[in-house]
Design a protein around this ligand. Sequence first.
Ligand SMILES: C[S@@+](CC[C@H](N)C(=O)[O-])C[C@H]1O[C@@H](n2cnc3c(N)ncnc32)[C@H](O)[C@@H]1O
Length: 215
Amino acid sequence: MSKPVAHPVNDEYNWKVYTQEYSHQVDEMERTAGDQGSEFLVTSWNVTDEGIEYHNKLHLNWRVMYSAIYDCKPASVFECGCGGMYHLKNIKTLFPDIKVSGCDLLQTQIDFGAKKFDIGEDILKNVSVRDFSEPVDDSLGKHDFVYSHAVMMHVSKEKGIKFFANMLKLSNKYVAFIEGPQHDYIKMLDDLGETDNWDVKELRTNSWLLTKKDK
Ligand SMILES: C[S@@+](CC[C@H](N)C(=O)[O-])C[C@H]1O[C@@H](n2cnc3c(N)ncnc32)[C@H](O)[C@@H]1O
């Protein structure tokens, strides 16, 4: 019998075997950091009035997300599908006053990230394990800036739209996502009947910043 793969090209990832593959991807990106890869943690930086200067190599997607946070100046951020939690750690490093929290489907992802990226209790206490495509209750609270990176692109359209609806529900003001071409996220916003409630700005391809309109 053939070994299950974590990510079939055009279908929902196989999350049961995902963490092992994720850990290999992390190693590979670190190994090639000077080339097409990336370091994971911000280790040398400067936040100025003009923006963030990085003195170590970080993936463009992540810099785009952290710049959006710089511009929006939220008091709190919530990452939906936070995986290894290095974004939460980087955001805390860059903006120590922002409260960071998140959730992920898999305990294995949290356990892997906690060890690999030395995630402290200050962050871990605000991270829960849950399927974010299921209805969310008030226990997750509301947050100024709610985001996902590389999650909706890996789930079915049916789950993706529920996941997206939960992001909108949790947000006081901003929703951002950096995703892939698997879904039409702006059509999803329309299907949810939410188009009129948000100003929409494209951050990069398949990546959007939504700002809740004042009513
Ligand atoms: C490609 S990883 C990205 C992780 C992280 N956002 C990052 O940028 O490194 C996708 C993550 O989404 C999580 N995930 C998948 N479906 C989910 C769901 N329904 N609810 C919450 N998390 C989910 C997976 O467990 C995995 O950690």
